[in-house]
Design a protein around this ligand. Structure first.
Ligand SMILES: NC(=O)c1ccc[n+]([C@@H]2O[C@H](COP(=O)([O-])OP(=O)(O)OC[C@H]3O[C@@H](n4cnc5c(N)ncnc54)[C@H](O)[C@@H]3O)[C@@H](O)[C@H]2O)c1
Length: 263
């Protein structure tokens, strides 16, 4: 019989790119549902802050430095989880970056950087995590895609391609491991006011129109892009992550939390 509770007590989760923003929010949601949560991030200072927040919730935690572009770094991260926690039940592969440019303007390096972190990084993490999950014939993998994984956005062709790639990869990988007790799903955030969107270097700052403040640009993007008219929060993403970490028979899906934007 299917266990329909959302109790993650006793589970060990790894949050890759969990130092801030959506990843930190998902980590806290998993911890509140009972999981111990290890935070891995490129920025070890951010990982330590996020890990301290998990400890404050009362769960075991740890902070690991990782660069998802490099297979050795990713393998060392998973080895550290095995050494310190002995198992891996839930992995959220959330590290991601964005940059802006039309196809005509985009530098090759911009394309390569986004692909290396957003798509190749997800593959490298899944590959290393799978080997550990297989030891217990149990796993819940959640890969962060985007609404840009479902619909193309101009000036984000490279980002859009990487996030479509995450959804295709997730669906194919889910089928490979479906009979091994391991589920693999993609989570597609809509618009969340993290460092990726906010401030002068975020998307709303860079997409501000002539005479428009960053704040006004942020309000306009929420109003024009999202049917509900308001941004989602890291906690909204955490709510879906807790569900996906619990559900035994949901796999290969790309589920959006976007206030009605996408299919
Ligand atoms: N904010 C949004 O509206 C939104 C919408 C759709 C999808 N997303 C996706 O959600 C995820 C999280 O985004 P966010 O908005 O919280 O952004 P963010 O910039 O606040 O957080 C991204 C995290 O990834 C880490 N990271 C970056 N490069 C890394 C690397 N090479 N190795 C390890 N960690 C690395 C960063 O240090 C940071 O902690 C990303 O995959 C992003 O594409 C965000």
């Amino acid at each position: 019989m299917t266990d329909t509770s959302f109790d993650l007590t006793g589970k060990v989760a790894l949050l890759v790119g969990g130092g801030r923003g959506i990843g930190a929010g998902i980590a806290a949601s998993l911890a509140r549902a009972g999981a111990d949560v290890v935070i891995a991030d490129y920025d070890i200072g951010l990982a330590e802050e996020s890990s301290a927040a998990i400890a404050a919730i009362g769960r075991r935690s740890g902070a690991i430095a990782v660069d998802v572009r490099h297979p050795d770094s990713v393998q060392a991260m998973v080895d550290a989880v095995e050494q310190q926690f002995g198992r891996l039940d839930i992995a959220v592969n959330n590290a991601g970056i964005v940059s802006i440019g039309s196809v005509g303007e985009l530098a090759i390096d911009q394309w390569d950087d986004v692909m290396a972190i957003n798509l190749r990084g997800v593959f490298l993490c899944c590959k290393a995590e799978l080997a550990l999950m297989r030891k217990n014939r149990f796993g819940r993998i959640i890969n962060t895609s985007s609404i840009a994984g479902k619909v193309g956005f101009p000036d984000l062709s490279h980002y859009t391609a990487s996030k479509f790639g995450v959804i295709g990869f997730t669906n194919a990988f889910a089928k490979e491991v479906a009979a091994e007790g391991i589920t693999v799903n993609a989570l597609c955030p809509g618009i969340v006011g993290t460092g990726m969107w906010r401030g002068e270097t975020g998307l709303s700052g860079r997409w501000a129109q002539e005479g428009e403040s960053e704040e006004e640009s942020w309000a306009r993007h929420q109003a024009t892009l999202l049917p509900q008219g308001e941004a989602q929060t890291p906690e909204d993403m955490g709510q879906l992550a807790v569900f996906l970490a619990s559900a035994p028979h949901v796999t290969g899906q790309a589920m959006a939390v976007d206030g009605g934007f996408s299919l």
